[in-house]
Write a protein that binds this ligand. Structure first.
Ligand code: AMP
Ligand code: ZN
Length: 493
């Protein structure tokens, strides 16, 4: 396991205060965890009825950036992520495929975990499958029943939202005047249909069900997250996150279930990621405008480009996905990798310059304050781009000295502990996933651009960068032949 660097900018009191936008208050608030130095996080994971799409991964990458940033600031993070492996769609699809729910979902869980690895998402401390926590859900429903928050109708158990006056506070819906006793059985519905929702669903003929003390049936989606969050993290947790579409009804219902049972605040900070869009419409399975990671990889895109693109747009801004934006991300990663290679293997004059040390310290400070400001990754990246631009100039002029390498390397390490794109391991990842070309294919124009970049590096005698570009081209099956007149010919293997 790699050790994550921590910011060593001195006393934490002098570091920028972390602020997160809390959906509950509608404002950015200073982040102070319940227990000093520790953060408990609950992450709504995927419903494993199919491959996750990159819209889903936009939210999962945000949750990873959040986790990594908190760790870089020295917090001990305990993160729980659920896997929804029973719901209406899973029951339908596994029945259609003629296999058990377990067998059906195992395949997509494995694919999801493989995809997470491809995107360098750190594993949460607990990954909890809903079907392995049925007892916890049943016990929570029993507690709610003892306190009078539930009623039974046709074998299903419902939560009576009229008994919970705070209902609607997170999503800001007004439930006054709502017809009491109106019910909804579906897990997913919109604000206009706010109703009493199902905690436990009576089995339909032929459907998979569990025999339990509260009767035969299966859990609703919402009770799953309340039960598993509180089991691993206690009654009150610091951060709960997901995409904005989970605010209502999922998170509203989680609050109602948890707080009705415990009488305590369930979550202190609610963080919601905005959508990834395609042609300005939410990417979703139902619209059909989705792309899976594997599809992108099969088209020659790299895991690092996808991660970088998803991480670089601040999580509360919508991200309109285009193939060009992915190519832009690939070039940014390549520029950063080329700089890292130049830094690590370049030969610089002896000595150390105080200006460069303070330039590096400034970049580190700016990088951190960008992230401290509600994870403003764009601002944090700008600090790194500025540094790279200035230092490339200093290197070209011979003003960058050997002793300047270490402080700048420390900045890159900090950057990469959050963005996680500098390791040149894309080809390896694609190979282990068994998808896409084992080496990324480059268009003629991309090859020409890289060759021009390499020529420029050679001209300024930056052989570390020119070698790096040659290796990168070789990985994509491009062979270079340097001609005597200083020109370059190339061909594909
Ligand atoms: P699901 O598997 O549908 O429960 O979704 C898993 C996660 O992906 C949830 O946090 C959703 O809010 C999130 N999500 C779904 N679609 C998008 C999208 N287009 N952009 C960003 N996040 C999304
Ligand atoms: Zn959830």
């Amino acid at each position: 396991m790699t050790v994550q660097p921590e910011l060593k900018t001195g006393d934490t009191a002098t570091m920028t205060e972390i602020r997160f936008h809390n959906t509950m208050s509608g404002r950015a608030e200073p982040f102070v965890p319940l227990v000093a130095g520790e953060v408990s996080c609950y992450t709504c994971g995927p419903t494993v009825y199919d491959y996750a799409h990159i819209g889903n991964f936009r939210t999962f990458v945000f949750q990873d950036v959040l986790r990594r940033y908190l760790r870089s600031r020295g917090f001990r993070v305990t993160q729980v992520m659920n896997l929804t492996d029973v719901d209406d769609r899973i029951i339908q699809k596994s029945a259609a495929a003629g296999v058990s729910i377990r067998e059906y979902t195992d395949k997509y869980i494995q694919a999801y975990l493989d995809d997470r690895r491809a995107l360098n998402l750190q594993p949460p401390e607990y990954i909890a499958r809903a079907t392995e926590h049925i007892d916890d859900m049943v016990q929570l429903i029993q507690r709610l029943t003892e306190k009078g928050f539930t009623y039974v109708s046709e074998g299903s158990i419902y939560f009576r939202i009229a008994k919970f006056p705070a209902y609607g506070r997170l999503s800001k819906i007004d439930v006054t005047g709502m017809q009491t006793g109106a019910r909804v059985d579906m897990d997913r519905y919109d604000k206009d249909n706010a109703r009493d929702f199902a905690l436990w669903k009576a089995p339909k003929p032929g459907e998979h069900f569990w025999e339990t003390p509260i009767g035969p049936g299966r859990p609703g989606w919402h009770i799953e997250c309340s039960a598993m969050a509180m089991k691993y993290l206690g009654d009150t947790l610091d951060i709960h996150s997901g995409g904005v579409d989970l605010t209502f009804p999922h998170h509203e219902n989680e609050i109602a279930q948890s707080e009705a049972a415990t009488g305590k605040q369930f979550v202190r900070y609610w963080l919601h990621a905005e959508f990834l869009l395609v042609d300005h419409e939410k990417m979703s399975k139902s619209v059909g405008n989705f792309a899976t990671l594997r599809e992108l990889f099969a088209h020659g895109h790299k895991p690092s480009s996808v991660r970088f693109l998803l991480a670089s747009v601040p999580y509360r801004s919508q991200l309109n996905f285009t193939p060009e934006s992915l190519q832009g991300a690939a070039s940014s990663v390549e520029r950063l990798r080329t700089f890292a290679a130049r830094l690590k293997s370049g030969k610089f004059p002896a000595g150390a310059s105080p200006e460069i040390a303070s330039r590096a310290a400034k970049a580190l400070g700016d990088f951190d304050s960008g992230l401290a400001d509600d994870l403003n990754t764009a601002q944090a990246l700008a600090a790194i781009y500025d540094l790279v631009r200035d230092l490339n100039i200093a290197m070209d002029r011979g003003e960058f000295l050997q002793g300047d390498v270490a402080p700048v390397l420390a900045v890159l390490e900090m950057f990469d502990s959050i963005f996680a794109v500098l390791d040149d391991d894309d080809a390896e990842k694609l190979k282990s996933l068994g998808v896409g070309p084992s080496s990324p294919t480059l268009s003629d124009a991309e090859v020409e651009a890289l060759i021009a970049e390499r020529q420029a590096a050679r001209k300024r005698r930056d052989f570390a960068s020119s070698d790096h570009i040659r290796d990168q081209l070789a990985q994509s099956g491009i062979i270079l032949e340097d001609s005597r007149d200083g020109g370059v010919r190339w061909k594909r293997k």
